[in-house]
Ligand binder design. Structure first.
Ligand SMILES: *[C@@H]1O[C@H](CO)[C@@H](O)[C@H](O)[C@H]1NC(C)=O
Ligand SMILES: *[C@@H]1O[C@H](CO)[C@@H](O)[C@H](O)[C@H]1NC(C)=O
Length: 344
């Protein structure tokens, strides 16, 4: 493992690096090579982005991202895979329709996908001078809990949030549950991963234990890393914008006044928001970018245009209907199943 030592990191001069870039949709599929490797179909549907070596299994020993021939991300040396669950609308008649992803402000023309950040400091800190370490080959992580259904369960993860978009640039307020009223410009979900690494393990059995949140505060507030996880990494952060506006007619919303959106595994609270990451930057491209003066635009990295990003796709492995109105969520999270899961 090519880990720089913490002492060596401190000697490097401060720079300004905040990477913010779009990735188009690589595929929507019922696969999860991190949580359920080798299993097709996986329990629920995901949107996956990044390198086209993505498959049912991503063997950490094999440098599979290195086998990619293209990436759906703007920085063409980034063969990482990024994925989240899919959002569904549940109409009053009980049927479901998948909610599309739309590009962020400034990234028009990109097919769905999400916005990915790697940050040195807080998002609104334009200095970005703190030294952070990039991830390494074989590194992967998960954040969130698919079984969380209460605010208390969701609060264990400091920053997995929803924003009700009044326009594409709305960023606050952020909530831990789904917005309760129609959102004019869609719903944005944000997934901020923990930023303190144990410095040793590239993965762990729950895909979380090798990482930690700062001892107190947050990455953005400059909270220190705990002794158990001393290496301060860049803040990896996803923003996904869901095109919920076509479903804003309240005549189609539940009669009991609740909101109609559910995650692809049946959670209608939103507390089970989660995300997956599998590192795959080529050579030292990520560390090079984090150590270079780049603020959003990064001249030290090779970039590709939206057409090239959109052209990088892989065929679906699990064949099932994902675009029509459906009676059940893919994976059989039927209304009965969901109701039982919440009321038990
Ligand atoms: C994906 O994995 C399957 C099963 O292991 C394998 O047969 C297939 O060739 C892989 N696809 C690619 C594109 O590598
Ligand atoms: C259920 O409601 C949706 C939204 O109004 C409609 O498009 C769909 O056709 C309906 N499906 C059935 C089976 O009635």
């Amino acid at each position: 493992m090519k880990a720089l030592t913490v002492a060596a990191l401190a000697l490097v001069a401060p720079v300004t690096a905040l990477l913010r870039f779009p990735c188009a949709q690589l595929v929507i599929d019922r696969l999860d090579p991190l949580v359920t490797p080798g299993q097709a179909p996986s329990p629920h549907l995901h949107q996956i982005l990044g390198g086209d070596s993505f498959n049912v299994t991503m063997d950490p020993e094999k440098d599979m991202p290195g086998e990619s021939t293209c990436t759906s991300c703007q920085f063409s040396e980034d063969f990482s895979n990024y994925w989240t669950a899919i959002l569904y609308f549940k109409a009053r008649n009980g049927t479901y329709k998948r909610v599309r992803q739309i590009p962020n402000s400034g990234f028009e023309g990109v097919n769905g996908g999400m916005t990915v950040y790697y940050m040195q400091d807080g998002l609104y800190n334009f200095q970005q001078t703190s030294k952070v370490q990039g991830f390494q080959p074989g590194f992967r992580m998960f954040i969130g809990d698919v079984n969380a259904r209460t605010k208390e369960e969701a609060e264990r993860f400091r920053q997995l949030t929803f924003t009700c978009l009044d326009n594409i640039n709305t960023r606050d307020p952020q909530t831990l549950d789904f917005p309760s009223e129609p959102c004019r410009a869609g719903i944005m979900t944000a997934v901020r991963f923990p930023t303190c690494w144990d410095g040793v393990n590239l993965d762990s059995p729950d895909h979380m234990a090798h990482m930690s949140y700062p001892e107190f505060g947050s990455f953005e507030s400059g909270g220190p890393c705990p002794a158990s996880h001393p290496v301060r990494m860049g803040q990896l952060f996803y923003e996904v914008i869901w095109d919920t506006a076509p479903f804003n007619n309240k005549d189609d919303w539940p009669e009991d006044g609740s909101q109609p959106f559910v995650w692809s595994f049946g959670d209608a609270t939103g507390y089970a928001n989660h995300g997956d990451y599998l590192f795959g930057w080529k050579d030292d491209a990520l560390q090079r970018a984090l150590d270079s003066p780049c603020y959003i635009n990064c001249p030290t990295l090779e970039t590709q245009d939206a057409a090239a990003m959109n052209a990088c796709t892989v065929p679906r492995v699990v064949e099932e209907e994902i675009d029509d109105w459906v009676e059940d969520l893919p994976g059989g999270h039927s209304a009965e199943y969901i109701k039982k899961r919440w009321t038990d």
